[in-house]
Design a protein. Structure first.
Length: 439
C-alpha cells in the first residue's frame, strides 16, 4: 500500500470515526418517540448465530431471537443436498426459549444444541415456527480423530465502533478471503456499550449470514462490561444471546466467557482477562488460573490457541496489563501455548522473538506468538515497543489462519484486501517453534 493511499485511507477512517457519534445525535434529538426501539424483534427469526460446543465434530449450538408474541420455536435440520426435496427429510428439535427484558427492550431468545451429528458433514437448517421461519442455512461439522491438525479460521480484533458502517466490510472481506473457514474468532469488544440493543443489532446485521453459517468463538472485552455501581458486570445480552461451552471454571463471574473447545487438532481456550484486571476477588482470579493449568495439562491437541482481550504486551506505553501478564504468561510459557490472539489496543502488532521466557534461561525467548489486532474503526496511537516485531496503526485489519500439520500459516490483511503482515509458525520435534517471516 503506498504512503499516499494509506494516508488517504487513514484520513477517511479518522473522519468517519470522529463523525459517528455526531451522526447519531440528530436522530435522537429529532425522534418523536423517545421509547422507539431500533432493531425491534418480530415473528420472523433474526440474530441467527452458530456458536461452538466442546466438540464441534458432533454438535453445534444455534441461537436466534423473535418477538415476545412468538409461538414455540424449533430448528429443522438435515444433511444438506443439492436437490431441494431434502427439506422433507428434516428433523425437528424444539428450542429452549427465554424471555428477555431490559429497559424498553423485549424479545425471546431461543437456542438449540444439535447433538449426535456426523463429523465432517454439511448440514442445512432453518429456525422459527409455521410460516415464520428463516431461510435454510448450511454449516459443516468438524472432522474427528484427525491424524494431524488441519484447520482454517478467521480472527477479528475489536469491532466496537462504526460496526455497521465500517466493520461490516471487514468481516465480509474476511469471509470472502477464506469462505471455507471453520470458525470465526472475536477477541472482545464486539460493541462499544455493553447494554445497548442498537449496537448489538448493528453487530448482527454486519455479520448477517456469516454468523449463521460459520461457528463463532467469542471472548468478552472491557466494553462488554458496565460499572454503574462501581463494580464490573457482564453485558445483560452476553449469556442470553450467546450459548457458549460450559466447561469453564465454577464461577458465576466467568460463565460464558472462560471455556475451551477442540477442533481438528487445535485446542482453543477463551480467557476472561477483564476478570483478571478487574476481578471482584482474588478467588475469582485463582479459579480461572487453576482451571487454565488443568486445561493445558490435559491438552493432547497438536496446537494450542488462546483467545483473550487484554494484550499480554501493549502497543503504547501506559496501556500495560500487568495483572494478566503476571498470572497468565508463566502458564503459557510452562505449557508451550503456540499463539495468543488479542484485542483492546486498537492497532495491529505481533511479537515473539524479543519476548523473554519466564523462569527460563535469561537468553531464551518466548515460544509463543502474541498478536494484537483491530477490525473496527476506533484507532489508537502507537509507539515503538521492545516486544513487537511489527506494529501497524490506524488501519482496519482481519486475519486468516491455516493450520496444516506442523505449520501454522498466518496472514493479516488490510480491510481492502492487501496483505499487511504474514508469517509461518513451524513445530519442530524437541525444539521451540520456529517463526518464519513471510512479508
Amino acid at each position: 500500500m503506498s504512503k499516499i493511499a494509506r494516508r488517504s485511507f487513514i484520513g477517511r477512517t479518522l473522519k468517519m470515526g470522529a463523525l459517528l457519534p455526531v451522526m447519531g445525535s440528530p436522530v435522537k434529538l429529532l425522534s418523536a418517540d423517545p421509547d422507539k426501539v431500533n432493531y425491534p424483534a418480530t415473528e420472523i427469526p433474526d440474530r441467527i448465530l452458530l456458536t461452538v460446543t466442546p466438540n464441534p465434530a458432533v454438535s453445534i449450538t444455534i441461537n436466534w431471537r423473535t418477538a415476545l408474541t412468538s409461538e414455540v420455536n424449533s430448528v429443522e435440520y438435515t444433511i444438506a443436498d443439492a436437490h431441494p426435496e431434502f427439506v422433507a427429510k428434516a428433523k425437528t428439535v424444539n428450542a429452549v426459549s427465554k424471555s428477555f427484558s431490559f429497559e424498553n427492550i423485549r424479545f425471546i431468545n431461543h437456542r438449540v444444541t444439535l447433538n449426535d451429528l456426523q463429523p465432517d458433514t454439511l448440514y442445512a437448517y432453518s429456525v422459527g415456527y409455521g410460516e415464520n421461519r428463516s431461510e435454510w442455512f448450511q454449516f459443516r461439522t468438524a472432522k474427528s480423530q484427525v491424524d494431524k491438525a488441519k484447520l482454517s479460521f478467521i480472527y477479528l480484533g475489536d469491532a466496537q465502533v462504526g460496526i455497521k458502517p465500517l466493520w461490516s466490510r471487514v468481516i465480509r472481506k474476511a469471509y470472502a478471503t477464506l469462505p471455507e473457514a471453520q470458525l470465526v474468532i472475536h477477541a472482545g469488544d464486539l460493541v462499544n456499550r455493553a447494554n445497548k440493543n442498537d449496537e448489538w443489532g448493528d453487530w448482527f446485521a454486519a455479520g448477517s449470514y456469516i454468523h449463521a453459517g460459520t461457528p463463532a468463538l467469542m471472548t468478552p472485552g472491557n466494553h462488554e462490561y458496565t460499572h454503574d455501581d462501581g463494580k464490573p458486570h457482564l453485558s445483560v445480552y452476553w449469556n442470553e444471546q450467546f450459548s457458549l461451552p460450559t466447561n469453564g471454571p465454577d464461577d458465576e463471574f466467568l460463565k460464558g466467557s472462560c471455556y475451551y473447545t477442540d477442533i481438528q487438532g487445535v485446542r482453543f481456550i477463551s480467557l476472561n482477562t477483564q476478570m483478571i484486571e478487574e476481578a471482584p476477588s482474588d478467588d475469582c482470579i485463582q479459579r480461572q488460573v487453576g482451571w487454565l493449568h488443568n486445561v493445558l495439562k490435559q491438552n493432547h491437541q497438536q496446537w494450542t490457541c488462546v483467545v483473550m482481550h487484554h494484550p499480554m504486551y501493549s502497543t503504547k506505553k501506559g496501556r500495560d496489563n500487568k495483572k494478566s501478564r503476571e498470572y497468565l504468561k508463566p502458564i503459557f510459557d510452562q505449557y508451550g501455548v503456540d499463539i495468543v490472539l488479542q484485542g483492546h489496543d486498537h492497532a495491529y502488532a505481533r511479537g515473539m522473538s524479543k519476548i523473554g521466557l519466564t523462569n527460563g534461561d535469561p537468553l531464551a525467548t518466548s515460544h509463543t506468538v502474541y498478536v494484537v489486532s483491530v477490525s473496527g474503526s476506533k484507532m489508537y496511537e502507537t509507539e515503538p515497543m521492545d516486544w513487537a516485531d511489527i506494529i501497524i496503526n490506524h488501519t482496519q485489519i482481519y486475519q486468516t489462519i491455516n493450520i496444516d500439520g506442523d505449520t501454522l500459516q498466518f496472514k493479516a490483511y488490510l480491510a481492502t484486501g492487501e496483505i499487511a503482515d504474514a508469517f509461518d509458525l513451524v513445530k519442530r520435534k524437541g525444539k521451540p517453534n520456529q517463526l518464519i517471516n513471510k512479508k
